[in-house]
Design a protein around this ligand. Structure first.
Ligand SMILES: Nc1ncnc2c1ncn2[C@@H]1O[C@H](COP(=O)(O)OP(=O)(O)OP(=O)(O)O)[C@@H](O)[C@H]1O
Length: 628
């Protein structure tokens, strides 16, 4: 019975995230006190004594959370690093920071204090405690964020998803990308990766990750990849001097080291995908001819899971040889992603964006490894009710909030999975974002989350939801082993091995290959020009021919008309002639008939007058007069 009570209690402690009380959660399971408490007394106590106890339901929950937090923190170097996500908190610099947020002495717990007006004259305080792997106060710069959150992962060469999560305008994009003055995580990571692989970067795209599997590319396929790469790099905005400045700044901030290994060849590919209103778009798709990058039609791609490999079907992956190229492509994709001004951020991301760097490493021993870094800039959660958001912005905000809620549910399910035997299946299929990030959400790959918070009173409630979310993520311990790298051994790569072995002194071959690519592109361009010219010529000829034929037809018609007229005239004349001949013929017949009639009337007229000889009588015909 007691056991049953306990499990009932556990059920009720399931809390919501994102929205403080998620309406779909059954009333019975909402957080509530397990015994009647005098809240006021409790708050007083907690103020006087320590942070270890809370004053209401939620404090009670966080009070237990503090235990987990401190345990997790103390175990950070051992268990949490090995098994669960790392969750960092970054506070955004603000002109007037709220007193509602403070950091514990050990620097790993955020304490939020909220004044609650009680019915009496006293003011009560409600405290909540949230544990993190590390907390970065607003003065902590981009360099330290990188060194603590990402740098070690890059050196370890792992499969990691690094995501930023927070309310709109709290600095997620700034943390990942930075600006011209202070580079964010991604430019630093790219510089780090390319410095490590400086001596081993392979010049030609011979290995590629296709549908989640490493594939050896034949010459034609690899030339096609080089063409795609050239086309996209030609479309990229020129970064010249700003890039050099940024690079110099990064190298002043860090001392990245090159790993020399003559046994290895490294191939680096990047891709960039956006999830906007639950549609998956390729931010590096080559636009159709005569269309600008930002204007091209956007195909909705499918997320597919094949034998545990999650990938976006048909997503463009580009072979890169330097951090500058990778950064150029990042900027190019960024131009295509969806941004808009909202009431809280003049340049707010309206979609979730994932920039992936895949590193394929071929070792002469025949082993190929793949490590991947997914940098995920989540769109910020928004309070649509308070901000007066309408129309398209409202639709976007709802989609953003829904997908973030599913992300929270997935983390919650992953968190309960460790406690219960019959744990809920992780609902990563409920949104495109969680489908794409499922490897990290189910613990197959590592997850590092940087939670960003704007520490002002105005965002207190929203921040609490974000912090609740972070607290769930922080408490996850994954059962499944983390895949550090994908490894594959394949005989087909021997060919690559030979080529890679020859690579050393083969600068000339590289040049020739580049030349071949250039010439092929030139041939394509000329072909294209030729086709265009032919089309123009054909059009011109068609016009001329049509004009000539129209003239001929006109003349022919005129001739035909003249001839018809002539024939008509001749036919008319012939008819007249025939008519008059007929007339004459009939007149003569009439004359003859008349004569006959006359003759018949006077048969003897000739004989009487001429006495036998009618010729002599002078009149050949005798007229008989009936009247006589
Ligand atoms: N740590 C910081 N230091 C200096 N400026 C910052 C910091 N964090 C954020 N900002 C500034 O705040 C503004 C908003 O930041 P950003 O666009 O990164 O927010 P966001 O969380 O990505 O918002 P959204 O979810 O709406 O896209 C930017 O102008 C950015 O430069």
């Amino acid at each position: 019975m007691e056991h049953q009570d306990k499990s009932e209690l556990q059920k009720r402690e399931v809390r919501s995230f994102l929205v403080a009380r998620e309406p779909s959660i059954d009333r019975r399971f909402r957080p509530r006190p397990n015994k009647k408490m005098r809240l006021f007394e409790h708050i007083q106590e907690s103020e006087e004594e320590s942070f270890s106890e809370g004053s209401d339901t939620e404090s009670e929950y966080t009070a237990s959370g503090i235990d987990t937090a401190s345990t997790a923190t103390s175990n950070a170097e051992t268990t949490s690093l090995e098994a669960g996500p790392q969750v960092f908190l970054r506070l955004r610099p603000v002109s007037e920071s709220s007193k509602a947020y403070s950091i514990s002495d050990d620097g790993n717990v955020l304490i939020t204090t909220y004044k609650v007006d009680s019915t009496s004259n006293n003011v009560n305080r409600m405290e909540k405690h949230f544990g993190f792997t590390s907390i970065f106060d607003s003065y902590v710069d981009q360099r330290d964020i990188y060194d603590i959150c990402v740098g070690p992962r890059i050196c370890e060469e792992e499969c990691v998803t690094i995501m930023t999560y927070g309310t709109s305008g709290s600095g997620k994009t700034y943390t990942l990308l930075g600006d011209d003055v202070s580079a964010g995580i991604i430019p630093r990571a790219l510089e780090n990766i390319f410095t490590i692989c400086k001596d081993t970067v392979y010049h030609s795209p011979k290995l590629k990750l296709i549908n989640g599997c490493i594939v050896f590319l034949q010459d034609d396929a690899s030339l096609k990849e080089l063409q795609i790469r050239k086309k996209l790099l030609d479309l990229c905005p020129d970064m010249g001097a700003p890039y050099q400045r940024l690079r110099q700044m990064i190298n002043e901030d860090h001392t990245f080291e090159t790993k020399a290994n003559s046994e290895e060849s490294v191939l680096i590919w990047v891709s960039f995908v956006e999830i906007y209103n639950e549609l998956v778009h390729d931010l590096l798709a080559i636009p159709p001819k005569q269309t600008k990058m930002a204007e091209g039609p956007r195909k909705n791609l499918k997320i597919v899971c094949n034998k545990g490999h999650v990938f976006v079907k048909g997503l463009t992956s580009v072979f890169v040889k330097s951090s500058e190229e990778a950064l150029k492509l990042l900027r190019l994709g960024q131009q295509r992603s969806t941004y808009a001004a909202t009431s809280v951020n003049a340049n707010s991301s309206r979609s979730h964006c994932v920039f992936t760097v895949d590193i394929l490493k071929y070792n002469r021993s025949g082993i190929t490894t793949q490590s991947s870094y997914k940098f995920c800039d989540l769109a910020g959660s928004e309070r649509v009710n308070n901000t007066g958001t309408t129309g398209l912005r409202l639709k976007e905000a709802k989609n953003i909030n829904t997908s973030l809620m599913v992300l929270g549910r997935c983390l919650d399910a992953a968190s309960t999975a460790q406690k219960k035997k019959n744990a809920d299946v992780i609902p990563y299929r409920d949104s495109k974002l969680t489908m794409l990030l499922q490897s990290a959400l189910v613990g197959k790959e590592k997850l590092a989350m940087i939670v960003t918070v704007t520490p002002v009173d105005k965002y207190y409630e929203e921040n609490l939801n974000v912090l609740n979310f972070a607290s769930i993520a922080k408490n996850i311990v994954f059962k499944e082993p983390v895949i550090k790298q994908h490894r594959i051994s394949y005989a087909g790569f021997m060919e690559f091995s030979k080529m890679a072995a020859d690579e050393g002194g083969n600068e000339y071959t590289k040049e020739l290959e580049d030349e071949v690519v250039y010439l092929r592109l030139e041939v394509e361009r000329l072909k294209h020009d030729h086709v265009l010219q032919m089309q123009l010529l054909e059009e011109k000829l068609r016009k001329e021919l049509s004009e000539t034929y129209q003239e001929i037809i006109k003349n022919n018609r005129k001739q035909a008309e003249d001839e018809c007229e002539k024939k008509l005239l001749i036919a008319g004349r012939e008819a007249d002639f025939k008519l008059s001949a007929q007339k004459r013929h009939y007149e003569e017949e009439i004359e003859d008939l008349r004569d006959e009639i006359e003759e018949l009337r006077n048969p003897n007229s000739g004989r009487e007058s001429g006495d036998d000889d009618p010729e002599e009588s002078g009149s050949p015909i005798e007229i008989i007069d009936d009247d006589e």
